[in-house]
Design a protein around this ligand. Sequence first.
Ligand code: ATP
Ligand code: LTN
Length: 330
Amino acid sequence: MKRMLSGIKPSGELTLGNYLGALKRFVAFQEDYEMFVFIANLHCITVYQEPAQLKTYLRNAVALYLACGLDPQRSTIFLQTDVPEHAQLGFILSCNSYLGELNRMTQYKDKVQQGEGALTVGFYTYPTLMAADILMYDPEYVPVGDDQKQHVELTRDIAERFNNRYSPTFNIPEPLIAKTGARIMSLSEPTKKMSKSDHSDKGVIYMLDEPNIIRKKVRSATTDSLGIIQFDPINQPGISNLIQIIATCKDSSIEDVVEQYKHLQYGAFKDEAANIIIDTLSPIQARYKEIVHSDLIEQTLLEGKEKAHRIARKKLEKVQRKIGLEIKKK
Ligand code: ATP
Ligand code: LTN
């Protein structure tokens, strides 16, 4: 079975974007791949997090993973800091990466351009930690949303450089970007990604939002004055986003969704979209409520840690030996 790995950074409540762009896909992939899915808690603190709040986010994220159908019997689910080798390999890989490469990362460039004054060094170097998260386990594929593709490409470059400089050590992974659902947009500003760290939550549907809240948010989604239901992200980003959300929730094609709803007025179309989102999230929310206070979370993370740690320990030893960091005799 080929291996696949992905991480999620729960620096807030998980959103419909996280579900459609990531979790839903992971659940489907575990049928055919050996899945490694981890909570990237170190990545969360690249921006200050209130400690008690962060703890809740992390716990909720594991509960949501399980509620979505990730199966701890089949997939390895773990917490990044339970495997300290990630941070160690991250430092080693940062010594095999260049400032020029990190300066080119769009996520970093955007923050600089927005005039973000308090960017941390951790935020700047986090793509090298992400490379360590990935290369540690030699996955074939890394399923991510559109926004993370560049980081997986950097990971490939770092792996190739390391393999050439020392000797073949890391598998070169491929990013796996979904055709639909790779970029769910904010409902209120449909040219921006739906993001859990958005300052306003008007345009963000959280996975744990109650049905009446979902209806309210979808009803006030930004649309346009054309009054036609068609997929045209440039001229009709709001309507196109709702089409994409429906298509991803129902595993349908964009064309089929347009065909099915093109006769509707925007108001009725929004009601349909809200119902589909509610039908998608309700069963997950029900399972979440059963899981969040149970021992299943601790148990899952303990089993995940053991398996991930075994692999990581070996990999780090190999890397350190190749670099010449060890001093013991052979
Ligand atoms: P933030 O929203 O705080 O910028 P994030 O949600 O992008 O962070 P993660 O929680 O690590 O960060 O994201 C986990 C996965 O969910 C990633 O693969 C990411 O690309 C995907 N994802 C996040 N938001 C969306 C979205 N709006 N549409 C599709 N996929 C998304
Ligand atoms: N950087 C990603 C989360 C992340 C990740 C990873 C994704 C951290 N390590 C390894 C895939 C593989 C983010 O911010 N969404």
